[in-house]
Design a protein around this ligand. Structure first.
Ligand code: FES
Ligand SMILES: [Fe+2]
Length: 374
């Protein structure tokens, strides 16, 4: 699992006036909103004696620990220690790690890492204006968990040959050999454009899709420093849809997927339930496969599986992850296995700027990676 990435930690609508706990990258976080409604993400562990902040309350725009009432503001600083009285000086070490947070596309993103602002990658632009100028757009959102490593889940999201085997409603058995495709690497994303049958003609979508649909274009982009995928599908111009999915490792063996589905056809509210139903049908079909993949993580060597050229998009992503691991961005989960005396945290930008005066220890990072045949 990589630090120094943007991760989707939840849907905006899930964080209201109570703190919300999220497990990601093997760590616990708390999301809450301040008095202006701005979302914040802090390490969940109170530095007093380990209370879980997400079990507390939001009071005056700060999150209050349920154990002895210490309050932390959005920047992670402790602003009140009730047992010391109102005029007491708050110790400098009374702070928790706070992670840069952005809300976009109906999602709450947090940058889990310690890079200063000018070194952080930008968030992906999922809905650029030129794609959204045709008609009115309707969005639906949801989430799903898979029992597999996040890299496995992303590889599945761009797999061009699984649809006819896994998905009952799309994928054309006459096109089991994928058409040639190119993958462009622009440094922060891997972009693949091709042609395929975009969606099924079942139910209320039947009249939205032309009969020559095999010739429709689609494009799939994986964003690397904000693990997510954007799928564009052009139906009958100007009818299109975009599916964007954020992938967040819960731990090494579980992945949370959050999706937004955007469509510019059948935009009445009454079609939302049908759209969600289609998304969950597809995701449940993927889940049946992903929950039982072996190994749950991607094996260390490419030669540990028998990969084909049609797997190239996912394999290129796999190699990008290996590069980031080699740069020292990977958490060493096995080095912390069985540790029950320390609560560790992913280092935040404030910790890098001022490395002393923190109570909790940082997670252990992998110094070097397995050799691989990239
Ligand atoms: S453990 Fe949080 S206030 Fe004591
Ligand atoms: Fe799938």
């Amino acid at each position: 699992m990589l630090i120094n990435n943007w991760y989707v930690l939840g849907l905006s609508e899930q964080v209201k006036d109570e703190p919300v706990g999220v497990h990601a990258l093997g760590q616990d976080f708390v999301l809450f909103r301040d008095n202006d409604g701005k979302a914040h993400c802090l390490s969940d562990t109170c530095v007093h004696r380990g209370g879980s902040l997400c079990r507390g309350k939001v009071i005056g725009g700060a999150v209050e620990c349920p154990y002895h009432g210490w309050r932390y503001s959005g920047d992670g600083a402790c602003v009140e220690i009730p047992s010391l009285g109102p005029d007491a000086k708050i110790p400098r070490r009374a702070r928790v790690d706070s992670y840069p947070t952005e809300e976009r596309y109906g999602w709450i993103w947090a940058f889990l890492g310690d890079l200063p602002e000018d070194e952080r990658p930008p968030l992906p632009e999922f809905f650029p204006e030129h794609d959204m100028e045709q008609g009115e757009w309707k969005f639906v959102r949801g989430e799903m968990e898979f029992d597999c490593n996040w890299v496995r889940a992303i590889e599945n999201g761009v797999d061009r040959t699984h649809a006819i085997w896994v998905h009952t409603d799309f994928g054309n058995p006459e096109h089991r050999i994928p058409k040639p495709f190119q993958v462009e690497d622009d440094g922060v994303s891997l972009y693949c454009r091709g042609k395929s049958k975009p969606v099924n003609k079942r139910g209320v979508w039947r009249d939205e899709i032309p009969d020559d649909r095999d010739e429709r274009e689609n494009a799939v982009r994986i964003f690397i420093p904000a693990p997510s995928i954007r799928i564009e599908m052009y139906m009958q111009p100007p009818k299109s849809m975009f599916i964007v999915t954020g992938y967040t490792p819960i731990d090494e063996h579980r992945t949370r997927l959050i999706f937004t589905h955007a469509r510019n056809f059948l935009t009445d509210d009454k079609y939302d339930a049908d759209t969600l139903n289609r998304m969950f049908t597809v995701l449940n079909e993927d889940k049946i496969i992903l929950d039982r993949l072996k190994p749950q993580r991607v094996p260390p060597l490419l030669s540990d599986e028998l990969l084909l050229d049609s797997d190239r998009h996912g394999v290129m992503f796999r190699q990008k992850v290996k590069e980031r691991e080699a740069q020292g961005d990977a958490i060493d989960q096995s080095a912390m296995q069985g540790e029950d005396e320390y609560a560790r945290v992913i280092p935040s930008p404030a910790r890098r700027a001022d490395p002393k005066n923190w109570v909790l220890r940082p997670v252990i990072m992998r110094k070097s990676v397995d050799k691989h045949d990239a």
